[in-house]
Design a binder for this molecule. Structure first.
Ligand code: 5GP
Length: 203
């Protein structure tokens, strides 16, 4: 049976706060939240980063990707096999990312397929944008464009996709291969928090 780990809003808030000094040294100037799980973490991250970096107007942009969630028009076989875009940055995606220190934010790195997809597609947008610039400027612009990743939880398991080994990668916590129950999925948040407190007390 898959073990479950219940996490509360406060757990997540505190993991993000703890990760902030490291992320501040990467100094992102754009957060790209992967929806839906990355939305709340990105918003909390912005609060802390605004406090400690010079980016008082730190922007959050959103993309929607789905691996596990059934999306209308998706066959049963596709679910869990491939990453499906449900929302993207828009026609100016590459322009938005170019020359920035972008931080991709999600709640959990499980198989890594979602993060791999997000990074490679965002990088493609940057490459497309670079083609609009004179060739002589491209190397410098490419060099100025950075990507990093933050996840609240990274599962310690064999991954099905890779990220570049030199990619700045930050995780609030590394956990075993358990199923994480996030608070935003709970129907009764008081009950969720009670169970989470009881789990903590018994461990
Ligand atoms: P991936 O396998 O691509 O790393 O993760 C894909 C997505 O699966 C995550 O963004 C998340 O929505 C979902 N997922 C993976 N593991 C868990 C988990 O333990 N709990 C929950 N609630 N969602 C998960």
């Amino acid at each position: 049976m898959v073990q479950h780990l219940r996490v509360t809003y406060n757990d997540i808030h505190n993991l993000i706060r703890k990760s902030t000094p490291e992320i501040a040294s990467y100094n992102p100037d754009l957060l790209v939240a992967i929806g839906g799980g990355g939305f709340f973490p990105a918003r909390v991250m912005r609060t802390f980063l605004r406090e400690v970096t010079e980016h008082k107007a730190l922007q959050i942009q959103a993309i929607g990707l789905s691996l596990y969630e059934p999306v209308e028009g998706t066959s049963a076989e596709q679910i869990g096999q491939e990453v499906i875009r449900t929302q993207w940055l828009g026609p100016d995606s590459g322009k938005l990312l170019l020359g920035r220190r972008n931080l991709i934010v999600d709640e959990v790195d499980d198989t890594r397929k979602t993060l791999h997809y997000a990074l490679s597609e965002l990088q493609k947008d940057v490459e497309d944008e670079l083609l609009k610039h004179p060739e002589s400027e491209r190397a410098a612009l490419r060099e100025a464009t950075k990507f990093g990743v933050f996840v609240v939880h990274n599962k310690n398991k064999a991954k099905l996709a890779e990220l570049p080994s030199d990619l700045p990668y930050f995780a609030g916590a590394t956990v075993e291969d358990v199923w994480l129950d996030y608070p935003w999925e709970a129907m009764d948040i008081e009950e969720h928090d009670r169970h989470a407190a009881a789990d903590k007390a018994s461990n």
